[in-house]
Design a binder for this molecule. Structure first.
Ligand SMILES: [Zn+2]
Length: 408
């Protein structure tokens, strides 16, 4: 290197720099992100009041630059400096971020600060939904009512293939095929599913939060019908043996770590004991989680447990109320099917963890929902009793050990 150019900034150890396609991108102590050509010609300067002191910068893809500031905010900037958005405003453990690295292969951002490194997997991928009230010069037609959407009106869209199908905010909830994927989700999940959620006004945000927090309208469950189990063998909770990397969650529900080609899965399903054998084998009833979904589930454990506690409390309160009411009221209530109070967590676009009361127990249901208009539960899933959920939590370390063993 023999060239040298003036950057007009005070370079300190807090600065970050990256080079891409003969352009230098760097942060300055004046809270700016600058881009220069290799011979020192300034191409753009990005500065905004949404930015704290930038500390690190990295190129995510050909068009997107990520930078991190001291206020725990991860920003994205288009490589021409024109489009800016905020990706994350809080990290898991890192409170004083000082550096970051990116693994482009799997879209993972590593953020370091203090004693911790915070790993954010695939947070920066394209989200399935998008919300906006930004004025637009292009005419946007609602896919629901087919009329035009005013340019500054709140609108919700769904990404299908490479284009966005836009809806009036109200039309989305009545007409969008995928609307129920935004039902029964909390604010954190909304931020993970809906692009632009963080950027909309507080009033629009709370409107969306309220509409999204109502549970999905699942079809009525058929009462009395039970899944028929077409295999021979015992369903009794007797003694049974299991192969390696399979963990017993009691009552013939097991969690297995499996490797298919190079992909690792955590499979939670119903098992059976073939006639004349002692070693239990998996049935088709259950769900296989990929590593990303498993990691998400692991991070959700505390939230799921507080959802269980909330549901248990509601259940007890209801029982108390029931005791107070006389028979006449009971008769009135009969026949009126109460909407189940599900608390839902999102594992992926279609997969949810549901916490709800089933009889007198609070169960944890890990399931894929179909994309049919009815948004019905699919057979792909498993309903865990309180004991089984407890066993699963107790086996988290063992499951992760198996994952590490099989991945090496
Ligand atoms: Zn409309």
């Amino acid at each position: 290197m023999t060239k040298c150019f003036l950057t007009n900034t005070n370079s300190t150890e807090l600065n970050g720099m990256t080079i891409w396609k003969e352009k230098v991108f760097y942060t300055t102590t004046d809270k700016e992100v600058k881009c220069s050509s290799l011979d020192g010609r300034e191409i753009f300067t990005h500065k905004s009041n949404k930015m704290g002191q930038p500390v690190s910068i990295a190129m995510l893809s050909a068009d997107v630059l990520l930078f991190l500031d001291r206020n725990c905010t991860l920003h994205a900037l288009s490589s021409d400096g024109k489009k800016h958005s905020i990706l994350l405003q809080k990290f898991q453990k890192v409170a004083d971020p000082c550096d970051m690295w990116i693994s482009i292969d799997d879209n993972t951002v590593y953020i370091a600060g203090g004693e911790y490194i915070d790993i954010n997997m695939k947070r920066v991928k394209t989200l399935p939904f998008i919300v906006s009230s930004q004025p637009t010069k292009v005419e946007i037609r609602c896919c629901g009512c087919k009329s035009l959407i005013n340019s500054d009106q709140l609108r919700l869209g769904v990404r299908e293939y490479k284009s966005i199908s836009w809806f009036h905010y109200a039309c989305f909830w009545t007409n969008c095929y995928y609307r129920n994927h935004l039902r029964g989700v909390d604010g954190n999940t909304l931020a993970e599913l809906v692009d632009g959620f963080i950027g909309i006004s507080p009033s629009d945000k709370s409107r969306l939060l309220i509409d999204a927090s109502s549970a999905p309208s699942i079809g009525r469950r058929k009462s009395g019908s039970k899944l028929e189990i077409p295999y021979e063998g015992s369903e009794e909770d007797g003694d049974y043996e299991l192969d390696d990397n399979i963990f017993d969650l009691t009552n013939l529900v097991c969690c297995a770590v499996t490797k298919v080609q190079t992909n690792l899965h955590v499979s939670i399903r119903k098992y059976f004991i073939p006639r004349g054998r002692t070693c239990a084998k998996p049935t088709k009833y259950g769900i296989s989680l990929n590593c990303e979904q498993w990691n998400k589930l692991e991070l959700m454990v505390d939230d799921i447990n507080s959802a269980i506690a909330t549901t248990q409390k509601t259940l007890k309160d209801k029982e108390k109320e029931k005791d107070k009411k006389d028979c006449k009221d009971k008769n009135k209530l009969q026949g009126k099917e109460e909407f189940p109070d599900w608390i839902l967590f999102s594992l992926s676009w279609k997969r949810r963890v549901g916490v709800f009361a089933s009889g007198e127990a609070v169960v944890v249901d890990i399931r894929e929902f179909s994309e049919e208009k009815t948004f019905s539960e699919s057979d792909r899933g498993i309903r865990l009793t309180p004991d089984q959920w407890k066993q699963l939590q107790e086996n988290i370390n063992n499951i992760n050990k198996s994952l590490r063993k099989l991945s090496s």
